[in-house]
Structures are given as C-alpha cells and as structure tokens.
Design a binder for this molecule. Structure first.
Ligand code: PHE
Ligand code: NA
Length: 512
C-alpha cells in the first residue's frame, strides 16, 4: 500500500486552515470576548496566542511529521515512538477520544447550520418577529416539537450531517482537500461580505425602540483595551481556553494532519501561516459580524446582556430579514453557509485521528474507519441532541473541549521538550524549513509554555468557567414568579429579555 499524503501544497494549507478555522472563530470567540469584558479580553488572548498557541502549533507539527516519517498517524503510536516507556501509548489515546467528545457536540451545531441554510433559502424567517425567530430555535432544539411540518427535524439534519462527514472521510485526504479547497475560500468571501455589512451599518439600524443602536459601538467594545481585568484569573483562563480551542491544539488533530506531510515540507512556515490565518479570521472577521450587526440594531447593552451561543441562530436571521427579502436571504445563506464550511472542515479533522488509528492498528480500510466514526459520533452525540436544554452540551464542552485540551497539551510539551529533548525537537522543527523561528522560542517551549500550561491547568480547578443557565419562554405558564425568585436566591442572576426568562449561575454558586 502506498503511503498516503497530501496531494498538493495548497490542499495541505487549506486543509490545515480549515481544521483551525471553525465554529470557534465565529461563535465562541465573540461570545467569550463579550462575556469577559470586550477589550479586557484581547490582551490576555494575544499573550496566550504568542506564549502558548504558536509554540504548541510548532510542537504539534513537529511531533506529527516525526510520526509520519515512521508511517504512523495517531498520537498513541506517535508518542510511543518518542519515548520507549509503555504508558505514552495510553496517554496518546487522549488524542483520539477528545476528538470524539468534541465532535459529538460540534457536529450537532454544524447540523443546525445546514438546516438554517435550508430555512434561509425557503424563507422561513421572512417577516418573523425577534421572539418568533428565537422561539423557532427553541422548538427546533426541543426536537419533539414540529418545525415547519418536519417532525424531529433536528435529528434528521444531525444524521444528514454525520452522513456527509462519514462519506467525505471515507474518501481519505483527497476528499478533505477538496472540501477545504472549495469551503475555505467560500467562507472567506461570505465572511468578508458580512463583515463589510457589520462595518458599514453604523447607526442606520437605530429605531425608536433601540435609539442607541450603533454597530461601531460593538467594534469599539471589543477593541478598546482595558487593563483592569488583567489580574482576573477567570479572564486569563477564558483566553487560554479560547486559544486552545480555536487553534485546535491539544486535540491530536494537528499531529494527525501533519503526519501526512511529506518529510521535506517546511513545517515551521506552514504552522505559522495556519496559525496566523486562523487569528486573522477570528479577530478580524469573527469580531466584525455577530457583535457589530447585533449592536447595530439592538444596541451594545442588549448584546452585553444577551451574549451567548444562541445569538447566531436566534437573532441573526431576524436582523438579516431587515435587509429585505433578497439581501436577507443571501445574508442568511452566507452566514449559515460560512458556519457550515467552517464547521465541516473542522469536524473532518476530528475524524481523521480515529480513522488513522484504526488503519494503523487494525489494518481497517478507510471506509470502515469512517463509518465507525460516524456511528460513534451518532451514539455519543445523541445525548447532546436529546437533552440539549438540560445542559449536557455544556458538560461536553467543558470536559472535552476545555479541560482535556490543556491536560494533553501539558503532557505533550513535557514529552517534547524534556524527554524527547528540546534539541532534538528543535532540529525536527527546523528540518526542511526556510524560515528561522526566533531562537527565544526554544526557551519559551522548554520553560515558559509548560509553566503557563500548568497554571492554566491548576487554575481550572480553582474557578471552573462553567455556567448553568435557565432559559424559558415568558409565555410558559409553568414558570411562576416564585420559581424565578427561588432561582435568584440560589445564586442565579437574571438576564431576562422581553420574551424570555434567562437566569445564569456560575458553577460555584450553583453547587451551593
Ligand atoms: N479549531 C476549531 C474551531 O475553532 C475547533 C477544533 C478543535 C477543530 C479541535 C479541530 C480540533 O472551531
Ligand atoms: Na479556530
């Protein structure tokens, strides 16, 4: 069997960019930034990028290509090849299972985007009030309610989305490359269009109801640096968590992708450009869409009170509709299409470690590996689908998408810099590279990054950044004033809107 590798350099670069650029850039980043004080978030975020994100990217590319030279493609075998002790193999299993945990909720959101593209095309949101658009999402995710005559629509689209992922994965790297070559440029074009709208909206969306609406205030809020929160460990944790998630480090996907790179490829350059592409998409495009557009119609105060994951689905279709039938539909298709391409190029990356492992260990075919991945995600993802409103989803994101990334990254960098040895590791990174990575990074990788990772790891015990949310429609008669008062006494804070009860509690308060 001929060793598999990326077909073209462009394919490799776009696949790697597609891996990194994902729902995290457009949904997670803006929400994290708003919830952590806007401009106050940006400084810790950039520091984490330079001192943890970029170094980890270099480490993971080196580790991956090192494995690839030996014909192995998943972290259990690769870590095993870096040091003879047996336990590395088991630690490497993290690099497969975190992907399964993350893919289990990630693919569910991805499936919403497919459905919302469909609904934007057929005009479901035309003329709906803000409350109706928000209610549509609630009905959709309550799965047994019927949306537009389609019962169990959420499940239908979830299965469709998994089938699509499975099929592409079964076509191997060539399939992933094709999706990336089409999807990444399209998402950049869609993103540029929407960012332009966000930038130029200005105050023209103000109404008597929201007289202060101004899209530039949204941008200012994100970009005016504030120094007061620099000493707040919560903000640092959130920033570090976002950097891990958005760069896809600590997961095993980068090592897996890099293991299919030809050995003469300039990995230092590739890793750097993939990292900076992701950051461009995140801080430029990611901050010019949801927040400014929402602030442009509803005002920055509304955004600060309502910032959450649902904003993209519960608010954007209503705002786009203000642009008229045609432009509104186009904006909807662009927005959810952008999210879909961002999502699928990332979920495919989460599938490759499993498929690669099954091929290496059990000589499975790609098709069998891909199909088993689809079925596993179906099984593990079903709780997020069925119990979305009970917070299962947040649980997956916290353990799978936050804590385990940090643990894995910490162990991995110790292996790389201290056991495999930084000199050998550095030589691995520099092999075949034309760019010179500044030599200070040799010391950063050896001392600074591991210490910072340790802080983040310990810090995550001190203040778990998890929230419990209670959300209900105000028209729901079962929700009484007494219940709301009771929740408030138990550490929940009100962030209700005109139509909905929203109460939020941090986990520490909640557990009391
Ligand atoms: N980086 C992706 C995003 O920003 C998520 C991801 C994490 C993808 C881990 C692959 C592996 O959405
Ligand atoms: Na990203």
């Amino acid at each position: 069997m001929k060793a598999e590798s990326w077909g073209t350099r462009l394919g490799l670069i776009l696949a790697m960019a597609g891996n990194a650029v994902g729902l995290g850039n457009f949904l997670r980043f803006p929400v994290q930034a708003v919830q952590n004080g806007g401009g106050a978030f940006i400084i810790p975020y950039l520091v984490c990028f330079l001192l943890m994100g970029i170094p980890l990217l270099w480490v993971e590319w080196s580790v991956g290509r090192f494995g690839g030279k030996k014909g192995i493609h998943s972290t259990p075998f690769i870590l095993d090849a870096m040091d003879r002790r047996r336990f590395w193999k088991y630690i490497g299993v993290f690099g497969i299972f975190t992907n399964i945990a993350v893919a289990s909720y990630y693919c569910y959101i991805e499936s919403w985007t497919l459905s919302y593209v469909f609904h934007s095309i057929i005009g479901t949101f035309r003329g709906m009030s803000q409350a109706e658009v928000a209610q549509f999402f609630v009905d959709y995710t309550e799965i047994d309610k019927t949306t537009l005559g389609i019962p169990y629509e959420a499940i239908v689209f979830y299965i469709l989305c998994l089938a699509l992922n499975t099929w592409i994965l079964s076509r191997g790297l060539a399939g992933i490359e094709k999706v990336a070559v089409v999807g990444v440029p399209l998402l950049l074009i869609f993103g540029a269009f929407l960012a332009f709208q966000g930038l130029t909206l200005g105050t023209s969306g103000a109404t008597p109801e929201h007289p202060d609406a101004n899209s530039w205030e949204g941008i200012n809020f994100l970009w005016t640096p504030q120094y007061d929160s620099l000493l707040n460990p919560k903000v640092w944790l959130a920033a570090a968590g976002q950097i891990f998630f958005t760069l896809s480090v600590g997961m095993g996907t980068i090592q897996c992708y890099a293991s299919y790179v030809r050995s003469k490829e300039d990995i230092a350059l590739n890793a750097t450009s993939a990292g900076f592409t992701n950051e461009f998409v995140e801080v430029v495009l990611g901050s010019l869409i949801v927040i400014p557009i929402a602030a442009g119609y509803l005002g920055i105060d509304w955004v600060r009170e309502n910032a959450g994951f649902g904003m993209a689905f519960q608010t954007m279709p209503y705002l786009f509709d203000k642009w008229g039938a045609l432009l509104g539909a186009i904006a909807g298709v662009f927005w959810f299409g952008l999210l879909f391409f961002a999502g699928i190029t990332s979920s495919l990356a989460m599938g490759t470690p499993w498929v690669g492992f099954m091929q290496d260990e059990f000589r499975w075919t790609r098709e069998k590996g891909a199909l088993s991945f689809g079925l596993i995600i179906l099984a593990f993802g079903l709780p997020t689908v069925l119990f979305f409103h009970q917070g299962v989803f947040d649980e997956y994101d916290y353990w799978g998408g936050t804590v385990s990334l940090v643990i894995f990254a910490l162990i991995e960098i110790i292996l790389f810099a201290w056991i495999f040895g930084i000199d050998k590791g550095w030589a691995e990174l520099m092999e075949g590279s034309d760019i010179k990575v500044p030599i200070v990074y040799k010391y950063i990788i050896k001392y600074i990054t591991p210490v910072l990772l340790l802080f983040v790891f310990l810090g995550s015990f001190i203040s778990p950044p998890v929230e419990k949310r209670f959300v209900a429609s105000k028209s729901d008669e079962k929700i009484t004033e007494n219940l709301i008062a009771y929740l408030e006494q138990n550490g929940f804070e009100q962030r209700s809107t005109d139509q909905r009860w929203i109460l939020v509690a941090s986990a520490e308060n909640f557990s009391k």
